[in-house]
Design a protein around this ligand. Sequence first.
Ligand SMILES: C[S@@+](CC[C@H](N)C(=O)[O-])C[C@H]1O[C@@H](n2cnc3c(N)ncnc32)[C@H](O)[C@@H]1O
Length: 221
Amino acid sequence: MHVYDRLERFDDAIGWDEFIMGINLKRRNALRDVHGHVLEVCGGTGRNLPYYRPGQVTQLTLSDASRTMLDAAREKQLHEYPRLKAEFKNWDSQQLPVADNTYDTVVDTFGLCSVPDPVKALREMERVAKPGAPIILLQHGRSRHGWLNTALDKTAEDHAQKWGCWWNREITDIVREAGLHVESCDTSLLDTTYLIRARKPLPAAPCSNRAGSGDTDQRDV
Ligand SMILES: C[S@@+](CC[C@H](N)C(=O)[O-])C[C@H]1O[C@@H](n2cnc3c(N)ncnc32)[C@H](O)[C@@H]1O
């Protein structure tokens, strides 16, 4: 059984911690500009639902590998955010059953700690984003403080058993390995929390001969 299928009271378990750490404000800030058809992967119980603006987000596709988490998200949307047009998909974010270039924005908050292969998941996120689309990541992982990393490493195994989350992953290495085009990366909470704004590149413009002498070929760069 998937760890997250056991965490039926996920919101109760982490709500207070998130409040104390100001995570709700970080979610709001991360999602302020998301627009159009948004894909959220590893969407869990829909903790980001309050921050999607119905006028700005025309459709939300919230996906997660755990049916239990998805059911909680669906209930929340139905009762608390009925104006938001949303669908819920039981998808593995490492292998999304979606065509290339589908979404206007792709979001993942606190999912890279939990997927077995986070690099693969990021590559999928970029694949399904439209050219030029923002990819918003709010994540937690290793810090640049040695003493804190030692503590994270020591407790990582137990934490993962209980929560399904590896809190000592090297987020910047993962993003670099996936080849994402990062526009900004801000850290907080002793550098354990990362807000990364990336963007899928636009296709390269063809190189043309403006002089028009007729003796050159046109080629993709
Ligand atoms: C720490 S929770 C974060 C939930 C939510 N994004 C949030 O910000 O509260 C991680 C989520 O990742 C999901 N998950 C883990 N592995 C996954 C995978 N391979 N594909 C999709 N979702 C996955 C879990 O079911 C869980 O809901």
